[in-house]
Every structure is written in C-alpha cells, then in structure tokens.
Design a protein around this ligand. Structure first.
Ligand code: F6R
Length: 616
C-alpha cells in the first residue's frame, strides 16, 4: 500500500523516480507525487489520480533537473485522494519533503502539538506532521538521519518514511517500521523503494532494512542505524534473482494476462529442487527441529484473500496426508479471538507480498504465544519470512496485477509440499508415496498449459455475460475454496455481485437466489477419485438447473455424467482429486479477466484496491 521511491546519483532523479513509481503503481493509484532537490531548494509536484496525471502536470510545469529525489504513489488512508493530500508533504518553509507508507496512529496528538507551536498544516493526512517534525529536529541537529531517528521514536503505528532536505542535497533518508523498504546499491548511485521492482532496471544488488531502522543514502555510501542510534548489524545484502523484463508486460495487454500465462512456469519453478536424489523434500529455511515438528499437534493456517483460499485447500491435504488437525483462519480475525496456541502449534502464514499487515500481526501474535511459524511467501527478504521460523518461497516471480493469479497457484504447490514435508518428518507418508505425489505435481505445469490453450470459449462466454448483475460459484471439498476464489476474482475485477458456496450448503438457503438464466459456475470433482463427491455435485447441478440457472460446468475430461446438465462445459485435464484446484482455478481467472475487460474495467488496477495491504 503506497509505493515509495528515493534516489541519489548522477542520473536525472525525476526520471529514475517516475520510472520507479510506474513499477510500483500496483501498490496504490489514488495520487502520485515527486520532489527533486535542485539549486539549493526543493521542487515538488503532485496530482490526484494515476501517475499519468502527474506526468501530464510535469509536461506543463516541469521541475528543475537534479540528482536527488523522492516519489510516491498513494493508496489513501487519511484524507481523500486529492492534490493536497498527495505526497510528498513539505514543512511550512518548503525545505523538508517526505513520503510515507503506513498509518501514523498518534498523528492527531502530534498535529495538535504542532498547531500549538503555530504551524498551520494544509492536508488531512497523517504524513504531513512528519515533515514539520523533521524540519524542527533538523534545525537543531543539521543531520537528516538523526532527525529521522528522533522523529521515528515519537511515531506510533506502521510507517515507511523517505525524506530529503534542501540544506543537504546529496542525501536521502529512510526509516522503516512494519512496512517494507529496500535499498538498491548501484555504481555511484543509491536507491530506496518499497519493492525492488522500482530500481531493478538499474541494479540487482539490494539490502533489506530491518525493523526500526534508519538508512542514510548517499551516492557512494549507505549507513544504517537502529532507532536507538546504534549501527545496524543485521542488514542483509542480496542479489535479486529476476530482471527488469520480468516486471514488464512482455507484449500482453495487461499484467494479469501475462501472469495467468506464466503459471505453468511458476508452478514448475516452485517445485524445482525440492526433492533430492534420496527422495527427501526440503524447504528453504528451517529453524524448527524435526523433533519439534513431530511434536506438533495442530496446524493453524493464517492468510488473507486469495492466500486464505490457498489455505482452505491446504487443510484438505494436510489433514489427509498427516492426520494433524488443521484450522484455517482469516489473519485479520485471528488474534482478536484469543486463539489457543502453544509450542505444539504450527502456524502456517501464507502471503504473496510477505508484507500483509493482518498476516504479519497474526504471526507475531502466534510467536508471542510460543507457536512456531512457517511462512509460504513469494517475496524474498520481506517481513513475514524474516519473522518466521521456517520459510518456503514460491518462485512465481514478480506479481504486478493487483488480482492474484500465479501467486495463488504457486501457494497451492507450496502448501502441498508443506503437507508432504510434515508427512515425511512425522512418518505418516512413506517415501514412495511422497514421490508419487511430487510426480503428480510435476505434471501440473503441463496440465495448466493445456487448460490455457483451450480458453477461447471461456472468453466468448464471459463477454456474453457482461451485462449480468450476479454470478454464483459452487464447489464441494477442494472445489469449494476454488468456488470462493472464482467469486473473489469476479468481484474485484468485474465489480459484480459474485458469491461462492459449498454446493451442499445451497439447499440450506442460497438456492433461493436461483432464478431464470442466473449464471452459476460449478466446479465438479473428479468422477474417478471420490465418486460420492462427484455424484453429489452432479445432483446439485440438476437442482439448480431445474430452477432456471444457466450452468457453467467445469469438469474433468471424460466426465460424461455432467454433459446433460451443462449449458456451458469447460473441460480440465484429469488430475488427482486433491490437486484439482491447480487446474480448475485457471478458467475462473480467465473468465473474470475477460468479463472485467468486457465491462470496460481496469484489469490490473481495480478500483479501491492495492496489491500490498500494509495497513490493518
Ligand atoms: C486477490 C488478492 C488479495 C491478496 C490478499 C493477501 O486477488 O490478491 O486477496 O491475496 O490481499 O495478499 P498477500 O498474499 O500479499 O498476503
């Protein structure tokens, strides 16, 4: 939520910052702004709406050229998406400029304090107070990093701050608590950003900041200290494993289309190197001993949105393969119900970004109660894996479209691997059984490719439904979370009323919603796996069709039983029952993407949303 960029070096800071903001626009697009240090003063421009509005403004009123600058793309929290509330915020004298991601919870008290000292703040944001406080501190210590440290100590909440001051034009300073901030180390130039994507075109050398740290960035030097003023010794330097082309559309109209198409590779990459010659599975980082894992008597999965749906599917695999009870909980609800946790609880936190505040707070709560946390994450070095006891990275590559697609499929693969790993350590699965499932998983990339090759009728169908108000989704067993995911994709992209139901639950109420020509998507389990399951879902299709529904049936190749009841039939390859979500989800992604396009919606940047949700 909110994207931040800072630059100091020999290039045009404005060009670097604008290009970085373009890459970070997925984090928020309510407004954008930049500030550049030139000729001993600070020049800023900001505009409500997408980055393109700021670019237009800059073409009419250009900023002077300079080698130090900051920029921001906003997802509004305090104050509406207006020009005045857009970042950067400047102090009264216009000497200090600051951009911010997060929420400063005690801003009202700080603002009142500033008002008492005669300052007249212009915006409704929580951020503006920081510009004034920094200016006050800087006027007494003449050191922006020190001023930032002192101000950070006064702030409550989550914040990433990046600031510049006109009096020290070769320095950019950042501070981090609970929101992401990464340093990019170039040749005689340095970068700061919420995500490496912002500077990947210039350098792949990155340093991640720890919690409660301040960084002072010069062209040729980076100094990191804790909020306590001590030099930081835990900053981790790393090489980014992908390049700028991975963060570009590569000929597709939307990032979402590219990311849907990348799923076969993402799935294959997530599996890569997981199993050794002796047939043993491995995770990426494990600071939980085998004996601790054997002692676990409960697994609790915490996640949000699409990642939560991956967790719901994981429950089936974990319980079936390990016989450990598994609960799945929305991370935003988790800590408020005072869950029962102890060192024998394994908490699995699933997050694409690794920065989702609800999930982060849930895992912190779990660790405070003595539970061990295993993270499934797509973002190397992000906060959630850093604070976990074990990590399995999904190798989906950067996911830019706000609606999650390839991250979801790779989260599923990772969940299956975690379930198998637990089965291996606890001895509930034999080596050959594990290898058989891994073999099945290794066929999934090809199966997804096959599904992608047959999506034209799904696109045609989606276009014909563009004027519908409601679409329902039904599934049973692992098909139920797939139905939830299909409905979520449609809501967030097409802005339609879409709901997912457990097919068996329909008769307990929701069937009253069925009316003539209402589109209902049904995910049908394999007839070969659990025939009881399959037959029940076929009966459910008949029940809704008898009441007028237009049935859109997703069923395995060769499943002839569904044919008489399917108004539209979408075939998916034969897959083991537990793994079916990996192929059944793909048509639902394509369906939502096409329907959104047909309704004229912004596919990559749906309204009101942001990719990385760093507020609770
Ligand atoms: C939906 C979507 C969101 C995210 C959720 C969690 O398409 O992308 O529901 O899945 O905000 O995000 P992460 O996985 O980054 O924790």
């Amino acid at each position: 939520m909110c994207g931040i960029v800072g630059y100091v070096g020999g290039r045009s800071a404005l060009d670097v910052v604008l290009a970085g903001l373009k890459r970070l626009e997925y984090r928020g697009y309510d407004s954008a702004g930049v500030a550049v240090l030139a000729d001993g003063s600070l020049a800023a421009a900001k505009k409500a709406g997408k980055l393109v509005n700021l670019e237009k403004e800059l073409s009419v009123r250009p900023l002077p050229a300079g080698g130090t600058g900051i920029g921001h793309t906003r997802w509004a929290t305090h104050g509406g998406p207006t020009d005045v509330n857009a970042h950067p915020h400047l102090d009264g004298a216009g000497r200090v400029g600051v951009v911010h991601n997060g929420i400063i919870e005690n801003f009202a008290a700080l603002r009142a304090e500033l008002a008492d000292r005669g300052h007249d703040l212009r915006s409704e944001t929580d951020t503006e107070v920081v510009a004034y406080l920094l200016a006050e501190e800087f006027s007494s210590c003449a050191d922006l990093a020190e001023a930032m440290r002192l101000v950070s100590l006064r702030l409550e909440g989550a914040f990433t701050l990046v600031a510049v001051v006109a009096d020290d034009p070769d320095v950019v300073v950042g501070a981090r608590r609970n929101s992401p901030l990464v340093v990019g180390v170039g040749e005689d130039e340095s970068f700061l950003a919420s995500d490496v994507a912002a500077f990947i075109a210039h350098t792949r050398s990155a340093v991640e900041l720890g919690q409660d740290q301040v960084v002072e960035l010069r062209r040729d030097a980076i100094r990191i200290t804790g909020f306590d003023g001590r030099p930081a010794d835990d900053a981790r330097a790393y090489h980014v494993g992908w390049d700028a082309s991975a963060a570009e559309k590569g000929g597709y109209d939307y990032f979402m289309l590219k990311e849907i198409a990348e799923q076969p590779r993402a799935v294959a990459d997530t599996l890569l190197g997981r199993i050794d010659a002796a047939g043993s599975l491995s995770l990426d980082e494990v600071r939980i001993t085998a004996s601790e894992l054997r002692e676990m008597d409960k697994v609790v999965i915490v996640a949000c949105g699409t990642a939560f749906h991956a967790g719901l599917i994981a429950k089936y695999a974990i319980e079936h393969w390990t016989r450990i009870p598994c609960e799945v909980e929305l991370a935003s609800e988790f800590r408020y119900r005072d869950p029962i946790l102890d060192p024998r609880t394994l908490v699995v936190a699933i997050s694409q970004s690794g920065e989702t505040m609800d999930t982060l707070m849930a895992l912190r709560h779990a660790r405070e109660q003595g539970a061990k946390v295993l993270a499934i994450c797509n973002t190397n070095g992000s906060t959630i894996p850093r604070e976990s006891d074990a990590v399995l990275y999904t190798h989906a590559g950067p996911e830019v479209a706000v609606a999650s697609t390839k991250a979801f499929l790779t989260q599923l693969v990772a969940c299956y691997l975690v379930a198998l790993y637990l089965g291996q350590v606890r001895g509930t699965k034999w080596g050959d059984e594990i290898q058989a499932v891994v073999r099945d998983l290794s066929h999934i990339a090809g199966a997804v490719e096959e599904v992608l090759g047959t999506m034209e009728p799904v696109r045609d169908l989606a276009r014909t439904l563009a004027d519908k108000d409601t679409v329902l989704f039904l599934g049973r067993h692992v098909g139920y979370p797939v139905a939830l995911e299909g409905a979520l994709k449609l809501k967030e992209l097409a802005y339609m009323h879409a709901e997912g139901f457990a097919a068996g639950e329909l008769k307990h109420g929701p069937i009253a919603l069925i009316e003539e020509d209402l589109p209902v998507v049904v995910v049908v389990p394999s007839p070969r796996g659990r025939s009881v399951l399959h037959d029940k879902v076929v009966s459910n299709i008949q029940e809704i069709r008898a009441r007028g529904a237009r049935t859109i049936v997703i069923a395995e190749e060769g499943d002839e039983a569904v044919v008489p009841y399917a108004d539209h039939l979408v075939r998916i390859p034969v897959t083991p029952t537990l793994l079916q979500p990996l192929v059944a989800t793909v048509p639902l992604q394509v369906f939502a993407c096409e329907l959104a396009t047909a309704r004229g919606n912004e596919v990559d940047q749906p309204r009101n949303l942001a990719k990385s949700v760093t507020v609770e």
